[in-house]
Design a protein. Sequence first.
Lengths: 371, 144, 501
Amino acid sequence: MLQREGETRIPAGCAISGFINRSGRRTNGSVIVNSIACMHERSNGLGGGFAGYGIYPEYRDQYAFHVFYDSSESRVKTEAFLDRHFDVVNLSRIPIRKNPRITDEPLIWRYFVNPLPTKLQDSQLDERTFVARCVININDKIDGAYVFSSGKNMGVFKAVGYPEDVGDFYRLEEYSGWAWTVHGRYPTNTPGWWGGAHPFSLLDYTIVHNGEISSYDANRRFIEMFGYKCNLLTDTEVITYIVDYLHRRLGMPLEDVAKVIASPFWSEIESGKFSPEETEKIRHFRNVYSSLLITGPFSIILGYNYGLMALNDRLKLRSMVAAEKGDTIYISSEECSIRTMCPDVDKIWSPRGGEPIIAELDKNCAERVGK
Amino acid sequence: MKKVYVNEDWCLACHLCEFYCAAANSGKSLINAFKYSDKKPVPRIRVEEGSEVNFAVQCRHCDAKPCVKGCIAGALSVVDGVVVCDENKCVGCYTCVLSCPYGCVVIDEEGHRIQKCDLCTKNHNGEPACVQGCPNKAIVFEER
Amino acid sequence: MAVNFNNALFEIVRNPDRCIKCRVCERQCANEVHKYDPEQDKMVANELNCVDCQRCVCLCPTNALKIRPNENQFRMNGNWNMQLMDEVYKQAGSGGVLLSAMGNPQNYPVYWDKILLNASQVTNPPIDPLREPMETKTFLGKKSQKITYDKDGKAHYEKTPYLELDLPIMFSAMSFGSISKNAHESLARAATALGTYYNTGEGGLHRDFYKYGKNTIVQVASGRFGVFKGYLDAGAAVEIKMGQGAKPGIGGHLPGMKVNEEISRTRMIPMGADAISPAPHHDIYSIEDLRQLVNSLKEATNGEKPIIVKIAAVHNVAAIASGIARSGADIIAIDGFRGGTGAAPTRIRDNVGIPIELALASVDSRLRDEGIRNDVSIVAAGSMRSAADVVKAIALGADAVYIATAALLAMGCHLCRSCNTGKCNWGIATQRADLVKRLNPNVAYERLVNLVTAWDHEIKEIMGGMGINSIESLRGNRLMLRGIGLTQKELDILGIMHAGE
């Protein structure tokens, strides 16, 4: 019998694409759907998904949970859990449009929630850690329930199918965001489980990833020491946790996160290209965070609540192209998909392996939250 | 010029150099030289054994060269710094044997002529056989 | 005439067609096996003395010698094998404890040989180490995760003492006393050339070798031989030896006859006096005592040097390691039951302890389960026989490995397991001047460098095949391993799947 995500490790090749408008101008989801449709050949119909940022302005202060249920039983259990830990401000089924190529859908629900202040206080955790723990708890403990999106003013939409069909299924043209990412999946196995599609997310962090990392188990066994549970056994999941750990929990800026997960080679470090202080810092990173170095091919786009970061493995074993047009930055596996979104870009280039592209909302942008 | 030197710290007195030397200059394999020859070949290197220190000795190709000076037949000469013997000219007077302060000129197995270390320049050994065969790198062939 | 109950273990076969009677075998055998008999005009042998060290075979210029197991056998018995009977005869004759040397040679499972490695195909490209950077630099020590950034974005982090290895292989502890000065010099020079470390063992550090200090780990064992401030200051790290894989729960004994002037001065004991290391450290009867010694050594070295605690792999090794990780030690060295020794009681060596593969896997898992794997690095020891074993050890969770037997082999050792006799024909495990000089450090150090360099190349080749270009991505990466012919229980302990899964 075929095993689903989490029961076995499934390598996958893929297509990714994304863009961000730094001024916070929102664009509806059809643009990103078109960008992935032209890379149809890079997916095989076994998974597709989107992440949109700035799509829930009316609930911008609540955590938006998107949940898959296998049965109404699991929904009842999960809602009981949510009621114990959160104040549920709104709940509904996520609106969908029937698509002949998207079948076997689970129950798909959306909740806008605030942590219960008393529970939060009792937990002695900061709010985001509390929410993250609750999400990990539901996914780990409640059978048949899977929270696949849990950030504020953002959402993940994913399914088994080609990504353009998934976009149609979720009616993405009805959502507008200042940043979107998308993923088309080419797994080497047929899991047929919706939760296994990408992006993977925790809080507002989402990751779309193309590649197969060879450091997987080293990364997984390390990160699981810090309370994470890699239930899906996918690269994307572990990369998301690594980013969450370094960026949110240790407070590392994304430039440094990139230096940990795609660190410069020793030959570069010793070449004198970095300042003595920077050299010392990178040496320290390669010493103490060595288990978070990611090797093997990957190209990822990380989404977070005020920007996107794109990063290639340090040997650049996966294609990735970036482009700029005015205040919008585009990133994709292939140039054709960027041209679909914006035919006349100002600048287009292929970022070097290990060199992150970080594009964030302008400091004075009203959409920008947090830092 | 490159010469053979011995480091007494590493000489084990295993005597292998003597056997390799003798065989190399006889032009035969070790087994044939020592088992299937009428007379056993004589080595041109000899290990001096002490209670703690051992030392393999062979011609130093020294600057004084009393052997060359004393040779009555013109058999001994210096070629590129190496003292060599032309066996066809040697008359077996043994003046060189007597005059060598190191005792490094020896009488060959036939007992009519002398022979001495020529750094394996006249056989097909390449690097001197004693150097190649030393199991502890006590004998070296180098410029000093 | 006395009855000789014991069987000669070996038979010396001399080919008369090849033997030229050069007598090198006679001169090179410290056990006085070979002898030239002028009456017979041939070489003869006293086979009872032979330990099969292969020195004569290796030096025979005509390949005239072979040493093979004695064809004379006691009557076949499925229960009483010849070795056991032989040992009974020995003990019936001597009334003493049997001594042996080097690692456990018995036929227990070797898990390394039941683990297979992975390689990339299609979905993930293998990496060619000749074309792309392939990194094996390794850091050992506590890995403090704390980091803060000030308002200018400058990072502030805690720096803890560490060892920096250019490759994940170090030379394990072998004391001056158990091995010769020339062997020590070879190890020290090789470690320096390789950018790694060698370990003094418990016999102090010879004054000539202080200059190799930055590549030296100095050991503090229960006998405290040669330990003083200058010694601690000389090394790059200090290792507390709690136990040794070959003889867990047993101390050490260097017989007085080996304690010559050099050893006496280095160990700081009188010449000719037996050097006895007690079984326990008499100031460590419990884990809290260990913590005090760790702290004392940190204080003595200004907190600048990592402290290693070395233990033998015993049944509850995971719990012990967890205790050590919480004791302030920076590195734990675990020595499996195949680890070598200069001398150990045979019964202990052959029956006590567990395989390093299982010990390493369970320690690594336990420390991760407890979330304290970052507090210590793990060094695995106790029979790393090849680069493949090293790769498997690192994938199971080791940060680096110690090698010693392999290093001795590189210097000439043929594992005759007679170190305790002090008559090592290879000049390694002996203090007899005429034997010691057989090991020329200029030769031996180069052979050590060659060996480790070769292994490093092989490690890189294997990593490249897996699509990994940095050793840290291999560490604890158990998905790269599969068991072959192992039970579910063994797989569970190793934390790996079976081949085909």
